[in-house]
Design a protein around this ligand. Structure first.
Ligand code: FBP
Length: 704
């Protein structure tokens, strides 16, 4: 290849056609940057005011009342628009302000638009208003790392994904020292308010900061962010205040696009089972939405597995007049059996391929694993509290950790106490594969959460599936169905009479099923020969007819998998229009709350499940939503995570469609193709399918 001289490459790079295609910003991105999200009608007025709304009820936790006395009686607030408020309101609304904003936890598509909405509303109210971005998450508040957010900077990120503008982090402001530094830094900056864009733990943190900073006159507002979709707020009577956190729709759409492509690929080369783990640390909302978007063959929903009881074993126990406690609660073994059942049934109709969706947090709902996680959480937290160095620093290697657990088990025997870790736990733990032991012993995050994304959940489950499929194969129960026409064609083209061999080869030859199933006893070429000899179709010393052997070999399944993880990719995706519009209006709502003196409130949009014209910006009180939960082995006040409601219409629809989407029948698969997130044009859906379905709740009574 001739070397291009420097001079020529410079000329090439300056060519307008080259410039047009190699620039950092492509046309799609330019369209995103230019896009102006529609605004809720209340924001078309010059001023936004707040009105306390009656008719919502919360069950207040005594402990929250004690710890957050100034916020516990906060009410739901509705944002209203006005052009002519009273002079005092006008003055308060337009007074110059300094506001700090921070991202906390994992990125979620739409975060930049929260900043853009806040900035636009703040500078519209008073061009002197200043917005600071705390860098790298809550560490930015503790360490006073900030940048002043300018219009130029914000304009570079409008409608774009990630938290790139100011980055994020997972630090929790959970000690007096960190709290004191945060207060001091906010005072030094002269802040009027801080906005915490985060998940359940970060919004919990927002409420505590709000209480703490009340004395300094610094307001704190939370924003419901997380792709996991587990911030969904209802009042005690089930009235929906926040149907979903931002970022969920984009992540689900992004995963669904990839998974739907795998459905297409897998049903084209018909040789792989694709195992897709999708993010969602605990709740399975993302997996549920992906199921609705793609109609993948099998989707596990953790919350559904948690409800599992083995009816057969209960019945047997009842007959025997005993109680079988192990019949309650899903086990990994049973789960692998459920998956195998689907695989075997599809194979029987010639489909030795398919797509399984596994939620990242599924292990949380498997009783036996949950017990390990809880026990190890306690052990690690207790160790960290009573020693100078942390558990993970002291025991960096798996062997060291196991040795510590062994010592605990031994001590439990000697002391005859009721220990967290006993010999039985130790024996069971030693039975699980090393990579899984390592996973279960991984360092918890600053909130004490178990890092599910780091655990090879799919490998654990699929390991068991593969083992069991081997057993089924050896028993002659896992076979690929042979199409009747194919069988007849092969036999005839080899001048063999299909009807002569059919009844010996297949157990269902005489019924009219489309797919023929090789007899259970035929599990090898040897047993095939035996069957043919016994059926007097050949002699012991003869060779099996090639066509017959070919048909048999076609019935022998090779279970091949491809493992995928969908998480960080979807989290970094550019937001869907739903998330762009949602987050921009959240930003406007944040300013309306701040400008009207609110604190300890979470900005939200009511009626997200309805048409945009019905969206209602509101402030939700965070404190009344808090519950005591065990974190790092201590009862701690947190915002309750919202799990998939197995009574919800969305789940019930998925459950009802399970058999159809498994498609263990000769008909075509029922895959749905959502396609990529489309920013322009009209064909993109305007809200998550889960929301569309659950919005019908009032129309149907599922539990009459
Ligand atoms: P947030 O709750 O902070 O939004 O993060 C959720 C999540 O995306 C989970 O789905 C996933 O388990 C986790 O973050 C991964 O965390 P990390 O970024 O620390 O690997």
């Amino acid at each position: 290849m001739p070397v291009v001289p420097d001079q020529s490459i410079r000329t090439i790079l300056n060519h307008p056609n080259v410039k047009a295609v190699i620039g950092d910003i492509n046309q799609e991105q330019q369209e995103r940057l230019n896009y102006k999200p529609p605004i809720c009608s209340v924001f078309t007025n010059k001023y936004a005011i707040l009105e306390n709304v009656d008719g919502y009820r919360f069950e207040i936790d005594k402990e929250t009342e004690k710890q957050l006395p100034s916020l516990i009686h906060n009410r739901v607030q509705k944002v209203l628009g006005t052009d002519s408020p009273g002079a005092d309101i006008k003055e308060r609304y337009t007074k110059p302000r300094k506001i700090g904003i921070v991202f906390s936890g994992g990125p979620a598509p739409g975060g930049h638009n929260v900043i853009a909405g806040l900035f636009d509303a703040a500078t519209k109210a008073n061009p002197q208003n200043v917005i600071y971005g705390f860098l790298l998450g809550p560490d930015g508040i503790i360490e006073n790392e900030t940048i002043k957010l300018t219009k130029e900077l914000i304009d570079r990120y409008r409608n774009l994904g990630g938290f790139t503008m100011i980055k994020t982090g997972r630090t929790k402001i959970d000690t007096q020292a960190k709290m004191a530094l945060s207060r001091q830094n906010c005072k030094n900056l002269g802040l009027d308010a801080i906005v915490i864009v985060g998940g359940d733990d970060s919004n919990t943190n927002a409420a505590f900061l709000a209480q703490e900073m009340l004395a300094d006159g610094v307001q704190v507002i939370g924003v419901p962010k997380t792709i996991d979709g587990d911030i969904q707020v209802r009042d005690a009577d089930g009235q929906v205040l926040c149907a979903i956190s931002f970022g969920f729709h984009t992540a689900a759409r992004s995963f669904a696009k990839e998974i739907s492509n795998l459905c297409t690929d897998s049903s084209s080369d018909v040789k792989y089972w694709h195992i897709c783990k999708v993010m969602g640390r605990v709740a399975s909302h993302l997996a549920l939405e992906v199921a609705l978007q793609t109609h993948a063959n099998m989707t596990l929903i953790g919350e559904d597995l948690a409800d599992y009881v083995d009816p057969k074993r209960i019945e047997e126990a009842e007959k025997a007049g005993t109680i079988d406690y192990t019949a309650y609660g899903m086990t990994l073994r049973h789960l692998s059996r459920v998956i195998c059942d689907g695989i075997v049934r599809r194979a029987a109709v010639g489909k030795n391929y398919g797509v399984v969706v596994i939620p990242e947090g599924v292990l949380e709902f498997i009783n036996e694993i949950q017990i390990f996680i809880t026990k190890l959480n306690v052990i690690i937290a207790e160790y960290n509290e009573t020693h100078d160095a942390t558990f993970h620093k002291t025991f960096p290697l798996l062997e060291d950790k196991l040795d510590y657990l062994r010592r605990l088990a031994r001590r439990s025997r000697e002391e005859n106490s009721i220990p967290v870790w006993n010999t039985r736990d130790d024996d069971l733990f030693n039975d699980i594969p090393e990579f899984f032991q390592e996973g279960l012993l991984m360092e918890r995050d600053s909130h004490g959460n178990f890092p599910f994304s780091q655990v090879e959940t799919d490998k654990i489950i699929m390991g068991l599936v593969k083992d069991y499929l081997h057993i089924l194969k050896d028993k002659g129960l896992y076979k690929i169905g042979i199409h009747r026409d194919y069988y007849a064609k092969i036999m005839k083209s080899n001048s063999l009479n299909p009807d002569t061999y059919g009844p010996i080869l297949f157990k269902n030859y005489h019924n009219q099923e489309e797919f023929l199933h090789v007899d259970q006893a035929i599990i090898s070429v040897k047993t095939l020969k035996q069957a043919l000899v016994n059926g007097q179709l050949m002699k012991e010393n003869e060779k099996i007819p090639a066509a017959v052997e070919k048909v048999y070999k076609k019935s022998v399944p090779d279970f091949k998998t491809q493992i995928h993880f969908y998480g960080y990719d979807g989290r970094g995706s550019d937001p869907s229009q739903f998330d762009c519009n949602y987050t921009y209006n959240l930003g406007l709502t944040v300013f309306a709350l701040i400008a009207n003196g609110a604190t300890g409130q979470m900005a939200a949009i009511k009626n997200l499940e309805k048409d945009f014209s019905q969206w209602e910006p509101i402030g939700i009180p965070i404190a009344p939503l808090m519950r005591l939960e065990e974190r790092k082995a201590k009862l701690t006040l947190v915002l309750e995570k919202s799990l998939v409601d197995t009574d919800s219409i969305a789940f019930q629809v998925v459950k009802a469609m399970r058999e159809k989407w498994l498609a263990a029948s000769p008909e075509e698969d029922h895959y749905r193709k959502p396609g990529p997130i489309r920013f322009t044009g009209k064909s993109e859906e305007d809200r998550p399918i889960t929301l569309v379905l659950n919005a019908l709740t009032d129309e149907f009574d599922l539990n009459p």
